[in-house]
Design a protein. Sequence first.
Length: 108
Amino acid sequence: MAVPPRGWAPQADNVGVLSSPAFSPAEDNPPDAIVRVRGVSKTYAGGFQALKNVNLDIRRGEIFALLGPNGAGKTTLISVICGMTNATQGTVIADGFDTVRDYLLAAV
Ligand SMILES: Nc1ncnc2c1ncn2[C@@H]1O[C@H](COP(=O)(O)OP(=O)(O)OP(=O)(O)O)[C@@H](O)[C@H]1O
Ligand SMILES: [Mg+2]
């Protein structure tokens, strides 16, 4: 499985659905990632899918740009990472803590 190059940002494969290449744990698992997004999908209550299997790592101290056209799902993804919106699938690990299962520890 191809590893996204550093500086890679998710792309909207069609407007309104942010997705990314599959994650390969054996090849892309930096030990210094402060945020790990794994297989995150989000379908809103009305049935609209805004995120489709998003995978990314943000390293400690890294300046990471999330780029995409209007409606691509940037705000949805940031809301999931911050715990303001629940993902339909997938996990977000912040400093080693699952933002849903260990949300209090992840928030500190
Ligand atoms: N609460 C919601 N219920 C249903 N659909 C939503 C909801 N919030 C966002 N969407 C839809 O999900 C898609 C992604 O929206 P989002 O706001 O995450 O995109 P964005 O990349 O932040 O856009 P922008 O650049 O305009 O800020 C859009 O098609 C939007 O209409
Ligand atoms: Mg937005």
